[in-house]
Design a protein around this ligand. Structure first.
Ligand code: 5AD
Length: 352
């Protein structure tokens, strides 16, 4: 089959076999990419119209017990200046976000033991009480089933936990031995079982990634049926073991995003900050590849530069209000509109 025939098959059947996945990510041409993006864009428009949801990310702690080789806030990075926001700071971010139209708050942090279940549940409950019309998304890494359950009961709606790679040997190349792919996968299953809208995802171009590992990622996502998928290019960070590695390809990132959209038409698919960092108009390109979500930064300006997962991260110099103005303008330039609303999976017609 030609690559375009493979893309058509995906559009019809929403599944490919491993060899087909490998072929498309390995041999795609510029024309194939354009073709996939066009089909993905049509799919997104059929599901959501030309409407883009926006979520505010609050990066509340950069303290992390993990040591992922790619990540700038890994435990071993002594050059990283650590911080933790207090409850009032977090609620102030939500207040500013709410005023600017945000109806989803994403609490993202390193795996910081200080934020135990009692503290995290208190934060989630406070946000939900203050803003009952808002969704809370958590991105706190690996926790126990009991912990995910308590957070769900406190009111959390969604959870983002990228699987990073579905191939165990590749996972081992990206993480120290004690961080296990099985644990990551168990967490994802637990989250889904608990009724979270669950997000997994990968970086494009991490060391050791191959067409085979990417095919495994696509097969995994096909089976897992996530409500959200995060995909962005790998960008090296100067104080990590991967400092000398190459950046991931923007074209391949766009292809994978487009294929995710075609495979899972309803999935919530953000045009990521990493994509916006790798290329000036990266976020717009992402939308044109079928993304329907953008996640501007709501963290206090004072900590933005400390939450550096990779070098030159975009959006660390502008306020929440400026971020949303810029976003509206960028979306308008390509004929899209940002909408105020929670933007839940499968409920697009219920938003205002
Ligand atoms: N480049 C791109 N993305 C990164 N992430 C972490 N480090 C990097 C990097 N150097 C992504 C990971 C993680 C998410 C929060 O950020 O996929 O899951």
């Amino acid at each position: 089959m030609t690559n375009q025939e493979i893309i058509q098959k995906l559009n019809r059947e929403h599944t490919l076999d491993s060899k087909e996945w490998e072929q498309i990510v390995e041999t795609y041409s510029k024309e194939d990419l354009d073709y996939a993006m066009e089909l993905a864009r049509k799919t997104a428009i059929a599901e959501f119209g030309k409407m883009i949801y926006f979520r505010g990310i609050i990066e509340f702690s950069n303290i992390c017990k993990n040591d992922c080789y790619y990540c700038g806030i890994r435990k071993s990075n002594k050059a990283c200046s650590r911080y933790r926001l207090d409850f009032d700071d977090i609620l102030a971010c939500c207040a500013e976000g709410y005023e600017n139209g945000f109806r989803t708050f994403v609490l993202q942090g390193g795996e910081d033991g200080w934020f135990d279940d009692a503290r995290m549940c208190w934060i989630v409950r406070s946000i939900k009480e203050t803003y009952p019309d808002c969704a809370v998304t958590l991105s706190l890494g690996e926790r126990s089933f009991a912990s995910y359950k308590a957070l769900k009961e406190a009111g959390a709606d969604r959870y983002l936990l990228r699987h990073e790679t579905a191939d165990a040997a590749h996972y081992r190349m990206l993480h120290p031995e004690y961080q296990k792919l099985e644990i990551r996968m168990q967490c994802l299953k637990d989250l889904k079982a608990l009724g979270y809208q669950t997000g997994c995802g990968i970086m494009i171009g991490t060391p050791g990634q191959t067409p085979e590992t990417l095919a495994k990622d696509m097969k995994f996502m096909e089976a897992f049926q996530p409500e959200m998928i995060g995909v962005g290019p790998f960008i090296p960070h100067k104080d990590t073991p991967f400092r000398g590695e190459k950046r991931g390809s923007v074209a391949l990132t766009l292809l994978v995003l487009a294929l995710c959209r075609i495979m899972l038409p309803k999935v919530l698919l953000p045009s990521t900050t990493a994509l916006g960092t790798a290329e000036t108009d990266g976020r717009k390109q992402g939308i044109l590849a079928g993304c329907n979500v953008v996640m501007p930064n709501l963290s206090p300006m004072s900590v933005r530069k400390k939450y550096m997962l990779y070098d030159e991260k975009a959006g660390t110099d502008i306020t929440a209000a400026e971020g949303i103005t810029l976003l509206k303008q960028q979306m308008k330039e390509i004929g899209y509109e940002v909408v105020v609303g929670r933007g839940d999976f499968g409920k697009e017609k219920e938003d205002d």
